[in-house]
Design a protein around this ligand. Structure first.
Ligand SMILES: Cc1ncc(C[n+]2csc(CCOP(=O)(O)OP(=O)(O)O)c2C)c(N)n1
Ligand code: SF4
Length: 244
């Protein structure tokens, strides 16, 4: 049976073929519709391929400066506490230039949801190294592979955040239908945490960027399955204070 397309996806997305962003966009739309929150959602994006979302997504969206989406989402939530407020970001956006905004929203346990797509590089600008680039991964700014002796190790934000008093943390991926369904469940639980007023929730999603990885969509998913998830384990890292 064909699944009904969520109403907020009123036109096709603009991401590259095989990009993870399109799948995540759909999952968020499905969850909001199933929770009857699609008419009540507010989103903050910043810069990166996530900023292609506002052109095709049927919710009110504010575009922040690069990295500042979580800070803008916090402001929106304070003005409209009854709305379902989320930021939609990339790993460079959330963990490089916006690291402070991302962390302080978590440190304050602000009642927002952060959804970020981790594709291990700065996608929109041509595949530069980001904080989540794997050790030895070649990017346009690490042509010989990321050297962790000079750049530090890949940033595992779940590890950092689980020591904080936040409501919900999970990391999913999209390498199979089973993983996509799990990721959808994580997104739902994150929004439910916000609805219950429990505070900050974050879902990180390991995603392919076939264009900058120079791989087919299928090979990109295999890379996530065999290599990336070894560095970034999947699962729930905190649920209502019960931390692993
Ligand atoms: C203040 C500022 N610095 C740098 C840029 C250039 N810039 C635009 S998109 C981008 C990369 C975004 O990468 P990421 O957040 O990982 O998202 P992706 O495109 O991979 O989804 C950068 C560095 C900018 N627009 N503004
Ligand atoms: S450049 Fe990468 S992250 Fe951006 S739309 Fe294309 S595949 Fe997706």
């Amino acid at each position: 049976m064909e699944r009904k397309r969520p109403k907020m996806l009123y036109v096709d997305h603009k991401f590259c073929p095989g990009c993870g962003h399109g799948i995540v966009n759909r999952l968020i739309a499905e969850v909001l519709e199933e929770m009857s929150e699609d008419g009540n959602a507010l989103c903050a994006v910043a810069v990166g391929c996530s900023s292609l979302m506002p052109d095709t997504y049927g919710v009110d969206i504010v575009q922040a400066q690069h990295g500042r989406a979580a800070a803008v989402a916090v402001g929106m939530k304070k003005c409209r506490p009854d709305s379902m407020v989320f930021s939609y970001q990339g790993d460079g956006d959330a963990l490089a230039i916006g690291f402070s905004e991302t962390m302080y929203a978590a440190i304050r346990n602000d009642n927002i949801t952060v959804i970020f797509v981790n594709n291990n590089n700065f996608g929109m600008t041509g595949g530069q190294m980001s904080p989540t680039t794997l050790e030895n991964q070649k990017t346009t700014t690490s042509p010989k592979g990321r050297d962790v002796t000079t750049t530090g190790k890949p940033l595992d934000v779940m590890k950092m955040m689980k020591s904080l008093d936040v409501a919900y943390l999970a990391r999913g991926t999209m390498t199979s239908s089973a993983e996509i369904l799990k990721t959808k469940k994580y997104i739902r639980k994150a929004f439910e945490a916000q609805k219950a007023g429990r505070g900050y929730s974050m879902v990180e999603i390991l995603s392919p960027c076939p264009t900058n990885w120079g791989m087919t969509p299928l090979a990109s998913c295999e890379r996530i399955q065999n290599i990336v998830r070894e560095v970034y384990p999947l699962g729930e890292f905190c649920d209502g204070g019960a931390k692993e």
